[in-house]
Design a protein around this ligand. Sequence first.
Ligand code: ADP
Ligand code: AMP
Length: 215
Amino acid sequence: MKSKIYILIGPPGAGKGTQAKNIASNKDFVLISTGDLLRDNVGRKTELGVIAKSYMDKGELVPTELVTKMIKANIKQNIGKNGFLFDGFPRDLSQNSLLDEMLKEFDLEVDRIIYIDVKNETIYERLTNRRICPKCKDVYHMKYNPPKKDELCDNCGEQLITRDDDKLDVIKKRLDVYHNSTQPLVDYFEKMGKITKINGEKAPKEVEAEIISNI
Ligand code: ADP
Ligand code: AMP
């Protein structure tokens, strides 16, 4: 059977990372989060990580050829699995064309794009209070989804961190990049009739249920 291909898209802070892990495990999909993969490389100070950091810290997109190389290796490793869930990729029209090309090589195509929609005010409130676990990638919010104990991950006990790019000026830049580069891709998916819009303002469990019912 052909692997299913789903894409989670939406502005920074929409809740993609929060949803991605649960959905992938619920549907037995391989999760490919470019942000997590890049942050992993940054943490390990790999050649890719050192280059990526200089873009990520400014809120800019990492050059497409670096990201697509990383994605391709990941798809290859997992070919034949039940499905793939992409979080954070593709980010613009050119990345989408490259994804289509890569999938074609494996005789695959995108089944559906899940767009998580939130208001601008929500984005700032969410990102300025976000904490992540550098080890297991769990996502927290100090007000809406705080860890049970101090700032330690409920799942693995690791000390939570604030992302280097969750600073006001970088958040603003990331939103500009989203509007200029990713929004045209969302418009394109809408025209193709392949997008399902989800209200990301609801509680995480409700958002999750809505996404799952659409996959
Ligand atoms: P993205 O991956 O789209 O950038 P995240 O999943 O990291 O977004 O979520 C951003 C922040 O918002 C995190 O602090 C997360 O805990 C919080 N969050 C995510 N979804 C919700 C929700 N439905 N309601 C309230 N807070 C949320
Ligand atoms: P995210 O975790 O999706 O919020 O992404 C964090 C940062 O990683 C972005 O601001 C970019 O610098 C980089 N990044 C993540 N995904 C991509 C991608 N598909 N293309 C280019 N850069 C990316």
